[in-house]
Design a protein around this ligand. Sequence first.
Ligand code: PHE
Length: 338
Amino acid sequence: MQEQAAQIQAEALAAIEAATTEAVLEDARVKFLGKKSPLNALAGEMRNLSNEEKPKLGAALNAARQAIGGALETQKQSLQDAADAASVADLDPSLPARILPSGALHPLTVVKDRAIQILRRLGFALADGPEIETEFHCFDALNTPFDHPARNDSDTFYFDSGKLLRTHTSSVQIRTMEKAAPPIKIIAPGSAYRRDEIDATHLSVFNQLEGLYVDKDVRLSDLKGTLEFFYRAMFGENTEVRFRPHFFPFTEPSFEIDVKLQVKGEAPKWIEVAGCGMVDPAVFTQVNESRGDQAFDPAQLTGYAFGMGLDRLAMIQYGIRDIRLLIENDTRFLSQFA
Ligand code: PHE
C-alpha cells in the first residue's frame, strides 16, 4: 500500500508538471487532493491494516500529500511568471522614454504672483472690479474732465450703451471706496484696454496692478518707501528707483516711476514702470457724493495710489523685447519658461 501511495504521488507530480494552464492545474489539484482522490481512497483502507502497518501508511500518505501540494504551488508560480513575461515580451526597456511636455506658469502670471506676494507682506489686501466700466468709475470719479484726451473715441473702446473697457485699473480705487470705509489698503491686478497702435511695446489689452492706501496721515514718504521697497524686492536690493514729476487728474502731486536697468553690455537706462501720487481730495469728494455720506472726509484723510504695468515688469524680469510675445501663445517662446 505504501508503494501505491508512492505511485499515486508520481502520477500526480507528472500531471502537475504537464499542466500548462491554470485550469488544467486546478483539475489536477481536485483530482489528487480533492475528496475523491485516490489518496483518500487509500486512507479509507487504513482500518484493515495491522497496528504496525497503519503508521507506515499514514506517513506515506502525508508525504505524498505534501509533495503534491508543494508541486502545485511551484507550478502555479511558474505559470504566473510565464504569463508576466509574455505580457512584457514586446517591451524594449532600452528605448528612450517618451517625453511629456511639462506645463508652467505664464511669465506674466509668475510676475503678477510675485508682485502680489510682496505687497501682501506690506499689508495690502486684494480687490477687484469690472473690466466693462462706466464713464463715472473710469473717469469722472477720478477727477478726469470731459474733454480729457484719454476719453476720446480714438483712445478708448466704448460700447453703444455708453459703457467702456476700462483704460486703467484706477477704477477699482473708486469701486473699493464706494463699498468700504477707511482705512483702505488694497491692490487690484487686472486687465486694461486702450486703442493703441500695436507694436513691440503696445497692445490694446495690457495688465496693470493698482494700489490704494487711504488713512489718516498717509504721506508721500510712505508712498516712496513702499514703492522703493517693492521694486528692490522685485529686481534686487541695489535697484535704483526714480520719482519723476508728472500729471494725473486723480493724484496731486503725481509722479512717474522709473527703474534703472543695467542690461549686460549696454549703457544703463531708466525705464518707466508706474504712475503714482497722493490721492486728489476731489476724488474723495466724488466718492462721498456717490456713497451719499462723508466717510472719506478730505479734511481728515490722505492717501496714495499707484498703478504699475505688469507686462512691463515681466518684460524687464525676463528680458523680453516684444510685448506681443506675451499674448501670442507661441510654444517656442512659452516653453522657455517650463
Ligand atoms: N492709472 C494711471 C495710468 O494708467 C496710473 C496711476 C495709478 C497714476 C494710480 C496715479 C495713481 O497711467
